[in-house]
Design a protein around this ligand. Structure first.
Ligand code: HEC
Length: 142
């Protein structure tokens, strides 16, 4: 037990050190997009290109919609085509969706875009979109 103490203390610090966005990512997104945000080629797209998406016209709204309404239909990222189904995460609060996206953007996509706010999420929640509608609103970023 004595030998385990430093390890336990270290793990405790790791858990404490996780931001709300990081915790939400582990709990909701990691199983498909992987711990590194690299995805699985052909099955789950990476999230590392999202700086280009968030900077494009309509990109902020699109990213929020993907989380709230899910995504379905053919999509090409980094030369690989995906045609899968991402489930919606409407159960997350506005602030949680913002924290989650800001974590993904700053960590995996190294983005310096203005952080997404809870009120931007609220504005997108007021719509009733299908996962196919969400794909139609995607900016043309490869
Ligand atoms: C069950 C697996 C699964 C989970 C869990 C999941 N996703 Fe996805 N995600 C996908 C799939 C599959 C696609 C591509 C859908 C398609 O082909 O139309 C996708 C696409 C995306 C895209 C669009 C990328 C682009 O370039 O347009 C974003 C952003 C995204 N996911 C973020 C998230 C976030 C954030 C979470 C956690 C809340 C999450 N995903 C959870 C499977 C998943």
């Amino acid at each position: 037990m004595k030998r385990l103490m430093p390890l336990l203390a270290f793990l405790g610090l790791l858990a404490l050190g996780q931001s709300p966005g990081a915790k939400l990512y582990s709990a909701n997104c990691q199983s498909c997009h992987q711990a590194t945000g690299q995805g699985l080629p052909g099955a789950f797209p990476p999230l590392t290109h999202l700086d280009k998406v968030v900077q494009a016209k309509g990109g902020r709204e699109y990213l929020i919609r993907v989380v709230l309404y899910g995504l379905q239909g053919p999509l090409t990222v980094g030369g690989t085509t995906y045609n899968g189904v991402m489930p919606p995460f409407r159960q997350l609060r506005d602030q949680e969706v913002a924290d989650l996206l800001n974590h993904v953007l700053t960590t995996f996509a190294k983005s310096k875009a203005k952080p997404i706010s809870a009120s931007e999420v609220k504005a997108q929640r007021a719509k009733a979109l299908s996962p196919q509608d969400v794909l139609k609103s995607r900016p043309p970023v490869k």
